[in-house]
Design a protein around this ligand. Structure first.
Ligand SMILES: Cc1cc2nc3c(=O)[nH]c(=O)nc-3n(C[C@H](O)[C@H](O)[C@H](O)COP(=O)(O)O)c2cc1C
Length: 158
């Protein structure tokens, strides 16, 4: 018997997570993206990562059709990016410094790090889809991460 949904959410909230904005692109070239903490590295050889995307999100179909995604790691001063990309609708990219990466997808110019990925495996998992991608380009810079813990944005203690 599965545990109660509210209790599941409450307990999951006690796992501190880095915050990402995962971007992809529609077939007409429109950029899409969402805030996601359900990201993890999977394999070093080959280099694989995964992200879990809610089937109800507007971005979801575009992850399927493009077969590509970029994981942008947010820095401590990027709470505004997280909030904007966590709401469906509107032009989330308006006003954001964005460049086009090597796979043709939007990359946040000031991301703490980014991974440009080509989807290699898609797993149906309850109300989410797991997209596993091979990393084809990546970089990172110095800086402090944005952290999400118990429903609030945090920063690392010094
Ligand atoms: C801190 C935080 C973490 C989130 N993590 C995820 C996640 O891992 N996967 C997901 O599908 N949605 C996640 N969401 C919710 C999406 O960001 C939200 O549903 C968004 O509006 C989807 O955008 P879209 O409908 O334009 O695709 C998260 C939201 C927040 C605030």
């Amino acid at each position: 018997m599965p545990i109660d949904k509210q209790e599941f959410r409450r307990v999951l909230g006690h796992f501190a997570a880095g915050v990402t904005v995962v971007t992809t692109v529609a077939t007409d070239g429109t950029p899409h993206g969402l805030t996601a903490t359900a990201f993890t590295s999977v394999s070093l050889e080959p280099p694989l990562v995964l992200v879990c995307v809610d089937k109800r999100s507007d971005s979801h179909p575009h992850f399927h059709t493009s077969g590509l995604f970029v994981v942008n790691f947010l820095a401590v001063d990027h709470e505004h990016h997280s909030r904007r990309f966590a709401v469906s609708g509107g032009d989330k990219f308006a006003g954001a410094a964005v460049r086009t990466g090597s796979l043709g997808l939007p990359v946040l110019a000031d991301a703490l790090g980014y991974l440009e990925c080509r989807t290699v495996t898609v797993v149906d998992a309850g109300d989410h889809t797991v997209f596993i991608g091979q990393v084809e380009a990546a970089d990172a810079r110095d800086g402090e991460p944005l952290v999400y813990f118990r429903g609030a944005y945090r920063q690392l203690a010094r």
